[in-house]
Unconditional design. Structure first.
Lengths: 310, 310
């Protein structure tokens, strides 16, 4: 089944204890698409790039078999993000600047994502991931659906919760699984314990939730299941950028290949998501994600399963 | 088999988002002994109290079947600790003051723990937990052993790592399992990733390690095993004080009843430790630990197992 992701393609400048990399290819949709491309051979990416965008970077997506018909080039600049990670807080990205803060004209100012790209077969089944974006745009994408996606995943971030909490909450009953991090879950619920976060997000109409705990793992919850999965114990976290989107890519990528979406399959998806995120953080940017092979993924999956075996 | 704990009996004044409690009975040995008393009916506590100590609090220990022959009363005051927990950092106790900082004469100034209490049968097998204390005292206790304990567990804290790191490290090859929290593991190894912490602590001669991750769970490691166990998802963490010692109590308490210490039994011990810690944090001080029954413990164990089932 087709897997569509709508989100951001960006250039990131990142500092961690392991150094600084400037203007490397990233963005939520990019990490998601590349990660999911290891589980699905039918990934489509939708987003906007600027006239400054390096065409070689589009070739990176194509070389992973990702359909880029939905990538629009606007007469502005590609969105740029600058961030850092403190040595003792690898799970918290600190934004130093971005195109909006700097007042640099960029594609996110005027871009309105369109769900179907030209010539796309609208009658085909698909899964959809709405990567972090303006919740009004996310809702608009849901309203553009000719045929309801088989599975819709949703991400958001603190900026939208702080500024448009009601719009974010309105999305919850309209998607199938919310994939957010711990801080976002606490912020939107005003609760401190994970258990209360889960209960409150469910009471807002969300059927399934994944709360990502960075290097501690995740909690998955549905009406019938609570699954607390630790993270893979990696040697070092060089750059956590994109880990959440890589998780979502592995998670949705796996589910897009599954006929019958049982609770066991959602747990399996959590495993694949964690495996993909664990690779992502090992090197800066997309470096590690772009050099993977299937047996490395299976080996790491076995490592994780062994690590939680009771 | 007999389970001996050597550590502190104290009065704590604790502030969390749920309020403040002043001068409540606590201390590392107390939490350990009460927690382990649900798994073993042969727990002995060793430590010092002052002339100000409330005898009713000794009765609390006795009422749980804990042997208090090793509790010495000195002509000084009982050790007191004042601490708080910030709303977003439940895993980090902040010391506001204690008897030593205040310059109040207290039992820890002159107390040297003695391994065997009067009339104790020295030929009997036993397990031993060395709760957080001056590492020189901990080493001295090991040297007092007539017969090597079947299993020795060790805790320490940042204060000793900062001030006596070499003494702490000298203990590692002399005990069987080191039970420390994440910050302590990072501090003693100067490493940031859990995996590197484990490797470095093992290279210091430690056979088994538990790194406690607070509300995220723990990692257990031996030469052959890595086991990453999430915490029980509790509704609220009212007071994390004693959670680590309650974990150790459940962990060592279970193991003290086991004939053959296989890796599977160490994993089972992690489960019991986590269960006991999860109760501890639900109320201030010892409140929740003192009202437990066996079926509550088994139910929570099942909850935890269900939560990690893959």
């Amino acid at each position: 089944m087709k897997l569509k992701v709508v989100g951001v393609l960006a250039y990131d400048s990142i500092t961690s204890e392991f150094g600084t990399k400037r203007n490397i290819f990233g963005g939520s949709a990019t990490y998601f698409a590349i990660s999911s491309s290891y589980l699905s051979n039918n990934v489509r990416i939708t987003g906007a790039i600027g006239k400054d965008f390096n065409r070689d970077d589009l070739d990176i997506l194509s070389s992973r078999g990702i359909n880029i018909d939905g990538v629009e080039t606007l007469d502005l600049n590609t969105f740029k993000w600058e961030g850092k990670y403190e040595i003792n807080a690898p799970n918290e990205a600190i934004t130093l600047s971005n195109s909006i803060i700097k007042g640099e004209p960029n594609v996110l100012e005027s871009y309105k994502p369109i769900l179907y790209s030209k010539n796309e077969n609208k009658s085909e089944s698909y899964s959809l991931f709405l990567a972090n974006a303006d919740p009004e745009h996310q809702l608009d994408l849901i309203n553009q659906m000719d045929k309801r996606a088989k599975l819709i995943g949703l991400d958001t971030m603190d900026f939208w919760i702080n500024n448009s909490a009601e719009s974010v909450k309105r999305l919850f009953p309209n998607v199938d699984v919310i994939i957010i991090n711990e801080n976002e879950a606490k912020l939107i619920t005003n609760e401190n314990s994970l258990r209360n976060c889960i209960n409150k997000i469910q009471s807002l109409g969300a059927e399934r939730i994944v709360i990502k705990l960075g290097n501690y793992g995740l909690v998955y919850a549905s009406n019938s299941t609570r699954f607390f999965l630790p993270a893979v114990l990696v040697e070092q976290v060089k750059d956590p950028t994109g880990a959440g989107d890589s998780f979502a890519g592995g998670f949705m990528g796996y589910l897009s290949t599954v006929e019958n979406l049982t609770e066991e399959e959602f747990k399996e998806a959590c495993i694949y998501g964690s495996v993909m995120a664990s690779f992502c953080v090992e090197e800066f940017g997309l470096e590690r994600l772009l050099t993977l092979n299937d047996s490395e993924i299976e080996n790491r999956k076995n490592l994780l399963i062994n690590q939680i075996k009771y």
